[in-house]
Design a protein around this ligand. Structure first.
Ligand code: ADP
Ligand code: ASP
Ligand code: MG
Length: 438
C-alpha cells in the first residue's frame, strides 16, 4: 500500500483538488493524506487567538471571512446539484460548530478542536468530489487511529494496530482518504502533530503499513539545496539519505516536518518528494542509500538561544558537563548544538519555556550568559567521508560573516554554524555562491 500526502497548496483550490483526484486515480491501492486547504490552519490559529482573548466579535469576523472562501470553493468544485448541496450542508455544519464556542470556557482543548477543522473539511470535500466523479474511495477518520503517547510522541504500535484493523474491514476498497496533522493524545482528546504535521501523518502511516513508498506532494519539485524563500537560485537535490533529510528538516527546511523522517527511517520506507504542479519532475528520493561524498544542501533555523557557561572549576575537572546537562534534562529541554573549551561550554536551545529556571540553576555553579536571536545554519552532505577541503570552502565563503559557534564532526553529514539572525540571509546567499556555485 502506497501513501500519498498532498499539502495545503496542493488542495488549495477547486482546480488543485481536481488535479489531485486525477493523480490518485491510477488503480494503485493507496492511502491519501490531505492537509487543510492553504491558509486555513493559519486562519484557525487566529480564530482560536480571538476566542482566547474573549473577543467573540473578532472570532466571528474571522470565521465569516473563512466561510466565504469555502462558499466560493463549493461553487467551483461540484457540477451536480446534489453534490453541491451535500458540500453546502457540510460547510454549514463545520462553520456553525466554529461559531459555537464560548469565550469563557475556551481553553487549550477547545483550541485543538478548532485547529482540527481544516483537515476535517478538506478531506470530506475531496471525498464528496471523488464520489461525484464515481471514483471509489473511503474516508478513514484519523482520529480513530492516529494517537500520541504520554510524552506527546506518536504511538506507532497503536497506530499500526488500529489502522490495520480498520483497513481489514474495508477490503473491497483500494483508495483511503484521511486527515493529516490531527490525532488524539494519550487521554483521547483531539490533538495535533504540530504545524506542518501532515507530513508526519503520512510517514507514520507508511511505516505502520510497511508501505513500498511514501510520497509527499507539495508545491516545489523536491528538497532544494537552499531555502528558495531566501535565495534566488536553488536546485532540487535528487537523492538524500534518511539522516541527511532528517537534519535538513530539523534545521529548517520547511518542505518537511522536522521529525517526519523518523518513522520512515525506522521501517526503511523510501520517501519521495514530488511537485503537484509538475508531476513529471523527478523530485527528491529519500532512502537508506547515500549518494556519494558531496555537499548537498543547507538549511537554517531561527529563534535559537545560545547559552554560554563558564566555570573556573572546569579546568581539569570531571563532572561539570554532567551537572550542566542534568539541568537541561530536568527541564526536558533538548540541546541542539554544543561547543566546548577547557573552561567553558556553549549550548543552543530553541525551546525557551524554562530558560529562566535553567539559567538560575546553572548560575549556582557557573557564570552564565544568554544570547537571543541566533540562527543555526546547517550544511548537509556526505562530505566528511572522502572529500577534503569542505571546511575551507565553507569558511572561505563565510569570510564576511561573524560566526558564534561551530560544530563539525558530530555526524559525518553535517557542519553546523551559529550566527546572529541578522546575518542569516547573507550567510545563506554566500554559501549558495561559494559552495554550490549558484
Ligand atoms: P505543504 O503545504 O505542501 O506542506 P510547505 O509550505 O510546508 O508545503 O513546504 C513547501 C515550501 O517549503 C516550499 O514552497 C518552499 O518555499 C519551502 N522550503 C523551505 N526550504 C526548502 C528547501 N530546502 N527545499 C524546498 N522547499 C523549501
Ligand atoms: N494544516 C496543518 C498546518 O498548516 C498541517 C499541514 O499542513 O501539514 O500546519
Ligand atoms: Mg508542510
Amino acid at each position: 500500500m502506497r501513501v500519498l500526502k498532498f499539502g495545503g497548496t496542493s488542495v488549495g483550490s477547486a482546480d488543485r483538488m481536481k488535479s489531485v483526484a486525477k493523480l490518485i486515480n491510477d488503480g494503485v491501492p493507496k492511502v491519501v493524506v490531505l492537509s487543510a486547504m492553504s491558509g486555513t490552519t493559519n486562519a484557525l490559529v487566529e480564530i482560536a487567538k480571538a476566542y482566547h482573548a474573549k473577543d467573540k466579535e473578532k472570532a466571528g469576523e474571522l470565521i465569516g471571512h473563512l466561510n466565504m472562501k469555502y462558499e466560493f470553493l463549493l461553487s467551483e468544485l461540484f457540477k451536480s446539484v446534489p453534490a453541491a448541496e451535500k458540500g453546502k450542508a457540510l460547510i454549514k455544519n463545520h462553520f456553525d460548530y466554529l461559531r459555537s464556542f464560548d469565550t469563557d470556557s475556551f481553553s487549550f482543548n477547545e483550541e485543538r478542536l478548532v485547529l482540527a477543522e481544516g483537515e476535517l473539511i478538506s478531506t470530506s470535500l475531496f471525498h464528496f468530489y471523488l464520489e461525484e466523479n464515481k471514483i471509489d474511495s473511503v474516508l478513514i477518520p484519523a482520529l480513530e487511529f492516529m494517537r500520541t503517547d504520554e510524552n506527546e510522541e506518536p504511538d506507532l504500535n497503536y497506530i499500526e494496530d488500529h489502522l490495520k484493523k480498520m483497513l481489514k474491514g474495508l477490503k473491497e476498497h483500494s483508495v483511503f482518504i484521511t486527515q493529516g496533522y490531527i490525532c488524539r493524545d494519550s487521554f483521547g482528546a483531539v490533538s495535533n502533530l504540530k504545524r506542518g504535521g501532515s507530513d508526519y501523518t503520512a510517514t507514520l502511516i507508511g511505516a505502520a503499513l510497511h508501505s513500498d513508498e511514501i510520497q509527499i506532494w507539495t508545491d516545489i519539485d523536491g528538497m532544494h539545496n537552499n531555502d528558495p524563500r531566501i535565495v534566488d537560485k536553488t536546485k532540487p537535490v535528487a537523492e538524500l539519505s534518511f539522516d541527511e533529510a532528517a537534519e535538513l528538516a530539523y534545521f529548517g527546511a520547511k518542505v518537511l516536518h522536522p521529525t517526519c523522517v523518523n518513522p520512515a527511517r525506522l521501517r526503511n520506507v523510501p520517501v519521495r518528494l514530488l511537485n503537484t504542479m509538475m508531476p513529471e519532475a523527478k523530485g527528491t528520493l529519500i532512502s537508506n542509500k547515500s549518494s556519494g561524498a558531496e555537499i548537498k544542501a543547507v538549511a537554517a533555523k531561527d529563534s535559537i538561544v545560545a547559552i554560554n557557561i563558564v566555570s573556573s572549576r572546569m579546568l581539569m575537572a570531571y563532572g561539570f558537563l554532567r551537572n550542566v546537562f542534568e539541568v537541561f534534562e530536568r527541564y526536558k529541554t533538548p540541546i541542539d548544538m554544543i561547543s566546548t573549551s577547557e573552561v567553558a561550554v556553549s549550548v543552543t536551545i530553541d525551546n525557551t519555556k524554562n530558560l529562566d529556571a535553567i539559567v538560575k540553576e546553572i548560575s549556582a555553579f557557573a557564570v552564565v550568559s544568554v544570547e537571543h536571536n541566533q540562527s543555526i545554519i546547517c550544511i548537509v552532505g556526505d562530505f566528511l567521508a572522502d572529500k577534503p577541503g569542505c571546511a575551507v570552502q565553507l569558511f572561505e565563503a563565510m569570510r564576511s560573516v561573524p560566526i558564534r559557534m561551530i560544530s563539525y564532526g558530530g555526524s559525518k553529514n553535517n557542519i553546523s554554524l551559529v550566527v546572529n539572525t541578522e546575518h542569516k540571509k547573507e550567510a545563506l546567499k554566500l554559501i549558495n555562491k561559494g559552495l554550490f556555485g549558484l
